[in-house]
Design a binder for this molecule. Structure first.
Ligand code: GDP
Ligand code: MG
Length: 260
């Protein structure tokens, strides 16, 4: 169903909690200017196509990034509220959470910790740049890192290069879905803020002299897979790993610094 993002169809248990409280998810995007980060975020979450959903005013949308940007928007789908924060520059917010969590009023801390970092690599060049590798190495110890190849519409099928896989331990259904997702890593994505009409159907796409790239067409881009992973299949995982691994590491570091 193209009219929905899918966060309202979370697993039952998560869903029930979410209906009551709404939920937070913080996504950070990293990558050099011009790679299509803002466009992709808009395409992922704020589409004009999603008519069954309350979306923020156009002025609330993220525009081309010239400075550090951090935006929180509340989107609602089938009665479920998602408070989505997008940070458009490195800044993990774990420090603030630690300060709050060490304080007296720990009940109503707003959790702004980054649950997932989308790392944009340019489609040009034939391998990862040293600079990207080094930054990724540093980031992946602090945050869940998902590598995406930006502007994948500029690549031919054979130019899409392969990356190593990572493991998982879940039930069979999930594993299958997981395998399909993993097979598309790194996600090769295409973003667009333009709605086009193709064969009587409205699509979010990029118009070229020779045709249309439909960002939601799995043959054209991994957009839907990426969104499914972030919002539906792996959202709780991303939050758990943030809490149990990345935050615990950070916390341990802080405490050992204090006690020195
Ligand atoms: P940011 O600086 O990384 O946030 O990049 P923007 O989202 O502002 O996009 C920069 C330019 O790239 C704009 O002109 C976009 O229209 C274009 N762009 C964004 N996404 C894509 C894409 O997937 N493919 C192509 N070919 N161009 C894109
Ligand atoms: Mg931007």
């Amino acid at each position: 169903d193209r009219d929905y993002i899918g966060f309202a169809t979370l697993p039952d248990q998560v869903h029930r909690k979410s209906v009551k409280r709404g939920f937070d998810f913080t996504l950070m995007v990293v990558g050099e200017s011009g790679l299509g980060k803002s466009t992709l975020i808009n395409s992922l979450f704020l589409g004009d196509l999603y008519k069954n959903r309350k979306i923020p005013d156009v002025s609330e949308r993220i525009h081309k990034t010239t400075a550090i940007e951090r935006k929180t928007m509340e989107i609602e789908e089938r009665g479920v509220k998602l408070r989505l924060t997008v940070i458009d520059t490195p800044g993990l917010e774990t420090r603030q959470y630690f300060t709050d969590e060490s304080g007296l009023n720990r009940r109503n801390i707003q959790d702004n910790r980054v649950h997932c970092c989308l790392y944009f690599v340019p489609p040009w060049g034939h391998s990862l740049r040293q600079m990207d590798l080094e930054l990724m190495k540093r980031l992946h110890r602090k945050v869940n890192l998902v590598v995406v190849i930006a502007k994948a519409d500029t690549l031919t099928t054979s130019e899409m290069y392969e990356f190593p896989e990572c493991g998982s331990d879940e039930d069979e259904d999930f594993k299958q879905q997981d395998r399909e997702l993993k097979a598309s890593i790194p996600f090769a994505v295409v973003g667009s803020n333009t709605t086009l009409e193709v064969a009587g159907r409205k699509v979010r796409g990029r118009q070229y002299p020779w045709g249309v790239v439909d960002v939601e067409n799995p043959k054209h881009s991994d957009f839907i897979k990426l969104r499914t992973m972030l919002i539906s299949t792996h959202m709780q995982d991303l939050k758990d790993v943030t809490e149990d691994v990345h935050y615990e590491n950070f916390r341990a570091q802080c405490i050992s610094q204090i006690s020195q």
